[in-house]
Design a protein around this ligand. Sequence first.
Ligand code: AMP
Ligand code: MG
Length: 291
Amino acid sequence: MDYRKQFFVSPGEKLKLAAIDPAHTAGHSSSEDALPEIQKHVARMAESQALLYADGQQSLLVVLQALDAAGKDGVVRHLFTGMNPQGTSVFGFKQPSAEEAAHDFLWRAHQRTPAKGEIVVFNRSHYEDVLVVRVHQLVAKSVWSGRYELIRDFEKMLVANGTRIVKFFLHISPEEQLLRFKQRLDDPARNWKISEGDYSEREFWSAYVEAYEEALSKTSSKDAPWYVIPANHKWFRNLAISQIIADTMGEMGLKLPPTRVDLKEITAKYHAAEAAQEKRAGKAPKPPSKK
Ligand code: AMP
Ligand code: MG
């Protein structure tokens, strides 16, 4: 199953989230059943990351958006742990600070975009400025509605600079969200995740759905695709996202960079250093190997 095809949001087409089953599993029956595949994709991601870093010519930006408790943190924990921390980072977008709010809405996002060779994961993103901001009327409609075009242009500019962009909306049902809130209440290790706003935000569920539907369909493109990921089952969410990221990176033409030095000359220097070292240690130098 090619999840990139299955879950891609067609640019400009009206998106109806209600038509997508958040409990979909593409025929997989359990977490155990999906795990070997997830591990394979995570290994492919790690291999590609090593090449991305060594090559230093391109970068990858992964955007995670969702309602509370849909699993953004879980995606980071499960799928990015296999990567080398050198060259990978995650940034969580909270309510804008006074300094951030005093700038244009893309200012803080742009400061965190990946440099060449890097992967950056946005846990929430510049999309909050057409989502929470719209739902809670933090700015006028004339302001947020102009932002889709600004976001498209911003992402186009990143792509032109060598950044691949993949964007995921984790789609859960309100019932599943409530279940996860309950787990947070019951598990002391997860109590810290509970926030005052969790329950009041549920009142705005349909407003968020509407905001997501418009944002995703207006900003999905071939170069900066949105995928709607059925996320009621954590393991299916991990499976779909890991496959999509691994396939995307597999298409980036990543390869080890050419050697920057003359290997023959360096090999000769190595042998000379080795001989000098052995001489210092009082051993007879080995004859140079024939090769
Ligand atoms: P969490 O992801 O649970 O740590 O919560 C972060 C909070 O910051 C969420 O309630 C977001 O809606 C909020 N947030 C993120 N970006 C913005 C923004 N641009 N304007 C207002 N609130 C935001
Ligand atoms: Mg939260």
